[in-house]
Design a protein around this ligand. Structure first.
Ligand code: 5GP
Ligand code: MN
Length: 340
């Protein structure tokens, strides 16, 4: 948590009506949207002038989240985003640890004069913010926002909308409460959010039971045709070209979670999915146990994230990217063989 002095200063900043912009990372996921919208609802209830700017549009399976109609996707409204950021008294950076994760917004946020507050759980946060609340052990940025609101405002009554948003991010970032980052504190927060009106079954349904037929067929294709095992290295990967994605009428979010299926094979400790999109190869890495995918992504694929879940990218062709990936594995052979 931030120290006492920092909390008092932030309380002071928020003690009168402010212009506030909340930003999050490119390709926002459940935690990015949940933390941004959760904080949005809280600050709105305190009568601030608030908006959420995402670097690009969120996947449509998150459209139902309360407040998305007030979010601005920066890549389609760059001028408006620039003006809002320039005029902001306070800019929040949620669920990202480096400005470059906001793509086109990075320079605008970097040069804006407002007070910058970063709240994030990714490893190795950049130091650009005036206040940095970083907790790499936290299950999600949503859990941190829950704590942040409670510290700012001890008597707070969290609204149903805020509770639904925070619940969503905690659920998605913990793999429905199964990852090792899930603690008793996480469950206590979630219990309170349910008390405040978050309907757990409804949210689960909105996130996991609204697949399209095409997405299911894409998943089947990935598992039956595209899954490659490298048993010697306890590694599995899937690669999808843009033509393959198009043939399944790909929509943003359709590949979300597929990398976890590869990791669910017993002897596999490391999985990756390579996706050809926007003229680059977007990569997701997942691991079980001690193999550190944050370092792997950081060192080899311009990325980062968490110990067991990270992302990155490659500027080469798909074949070259995969070749480079495979050639990296021998140096990690020992680490990849470990289960714990
Ligand atoms: P995903 O594979 O689902 O895109 O991302 C997994 C985790 O790594 C998420 O927490 C995400 O925010 C983070 N992540 C994804 N790509 C990058 C990246 O390029 N850089 C950093 N620092 N983190 C990333
Ligand atoms: Mn997160």
């Amino acid at each position: 948590m931030l120290n006492r002095e920092e909390i008092e200063k932030i309380k002071d900043l928020l003690s009168e009506k402010k212009k506030i912009v909340i930003t999050t990372h490119y390709n926002p996921d459940g935690d990015a949207m949940g933390s941004s919208l959760g904080l949005y609802h809280y600050l709105k209830s305190k009568k601030h002038n608030v908006c959420v700017i995402t670097p690009n549009i969120w996947p449509s399976f998150l459209d139902w989240m309360p407040g998305t109609d007030h979010c601005l996707a920066g890549d389609n409204h760059l001028k408006k985003a620039a003006r809002l950021l320039e005029e902001a008294d306070i800019i929040f950076s949620l669920d990202y640890n480096a400005l470059k994760r906001t793509n086109e917004l990075a320079d605008l946020i970097g040069s804006a004069k407002g007070t910058k507050i970063m709240i994030d759980h990714h490893i190795q946060p950049d130091g650009y913010a005036d206040y940095t609340y970083s907790d790499i052990a936290a299950s999600s940025t949503c859990e941190m926002i829950y704590e942040f609101i409670k510290v700012l405002d001890e008597k707070v009554s969290i609204s149903k909308e805020c509770a639904e948003c925070l619940y969503t991010g905690i659920m998605t970032d913990t793999g429905s409460f199964k990852y090792s980052s899930t603690t008793s504190k996480t469950h206590l927060a979630v219990a309170d959010l349910i008390e405040q009106g978050a309907k757990n079954t409804y949210i689960h349904h909105k996130l996991f039971d609204t697949n399209t037929y095409e997405r299911m067929r894409l998943l089947g294709f990935c598992l039956s045709e595209k899954l490659t095992l490298l048993n010697e290295y306890h590694t599995a990967f899937i690669a999808l070209t843009s033509a393959e994605l198009e043939s399944f009428n790909y929509k943003k979010g359709d590949t979300e979670g597929i990398v976890n299926y590869a990791l669910s094979i017993g002897e596999i400790n490391f999985s990756a999915i390579f996706i050809e999109r926007d003229n680059e190869i977007k990569i997701s890495f997942r691991s079980k146990g001690s193999f550190d995918v944050n370092s792997f992504a950081r060192n080899h694929f311009e990325g980062g994230g968490h110990h067991n879940a990270a992302g990155g990218k490659g500027a080469e062709t798909m074949d070259e990217t995969i070749m480079r990936f495979i050639q990296l594995l021998p140096q990690y052979k020992q680490a990849l063989a470990l289960h714990e």
